[in-house]
Design a protein around this ligand. Structure first.
Ligand code: ZN
Length: 159
C-alpha cells in the first residue's frame, strides 16, 4: 500500500514533468502549464484519501504545516462529513477517476452555497454566480484529474 507521502511525491513529480511538457511538447502558453501544475498541487490536499475516517490524514498534515494548526484543524473538520458520507476507504465513490474528483469538488462547493442560502434568509443577497470554466481553469482541473487518476492507479498496483 502506498502511503500518503508516496502519493504526494508522485503528485509533485507529475506536476514537475507534465508542466514543461505542456509548454515544450504541446506548445501551450506557460500560463496553461502553471495552471496545470497548480491543479496537480491542489491534488496534494484534495485527495481521494480524504475518505479516511481516522483523522490526521496526510492532506491535513500538509495543511497544518503550510497554513498552521488552526487551518489544519478546520480542514480536518471540513472533510470529516465527507469521510462518513463515503462508505469506506478506497470506495469507488472517492477513488474512481473523474467521478471521485467531481464529487470532491462538488462537496467543496456545497458548503459555501449552503452558507449563502442561509444568509439569504437574513439579508437580500444576489444570486450565486454561475460557475464557468475558463481555459486556464480547465488546465488546472486537468492537473487535478490526472493526479487523482494516478492516485487510483497507485492504489490498484498496491493491492
Ligand atoms: Zn487512496
Amino acid at each position: 500500500m502506498f502511503s500518503g507521502k508516496a502519493h504526494a511525491a508522485a503528485t509533485v513529480i507529475t506536476a514537475g514533468v507534465a508542466s514543461p511538457a505542456i509548454v515544450f511538447l504541446a506548445q501551450q502558453p506557460p500560463l496553461s502549464a502553471i495552471a496545470f501544475a497548480a491543479g496537480c498541487m491542489v491534488g496534494l490536499v484534495v485527495t481521494p484519501d480524504l475518505d479516511v475516517r481516522y483523522r490526521n490524514t496526510y492532506s491535513e498534515t500538509i495543511m497544518r504545516h503550510t497554513a498552521g494548526r488552526f487551518v489544519g484543524l478546520l480542514w480536518d473538520i471540513l472533510w470529516l462529513p465527507y469521510a462518513y458520507l463515503i462508505p469506506r476507504h478506497r470506495h469507488w465513490l472517492s477513488h474512481t477517476p473523474l467521478l471521485g474528483t467531481a464529487l470532491r469538488l462538488l462537496y467543496l462547493l456545497i458548503l459555501p452555497a449552503l452558507i449563502w442560502w442561509i444568509l439569504g434568509y437574513f439579508a437580500a443577497l444576489p444570486a450565486l454566480p454561475q460557475i464557468t470554466l475558463s481555459p486556464v481553469a480547465s488546465w488546472a482541473l486537468g492537473g487535478l484529474v490526472l493526479v487523482d487518476a494516478l492516485h487510483w492507479a497507485m492504489d490498484r498496483l498496491a493491492r
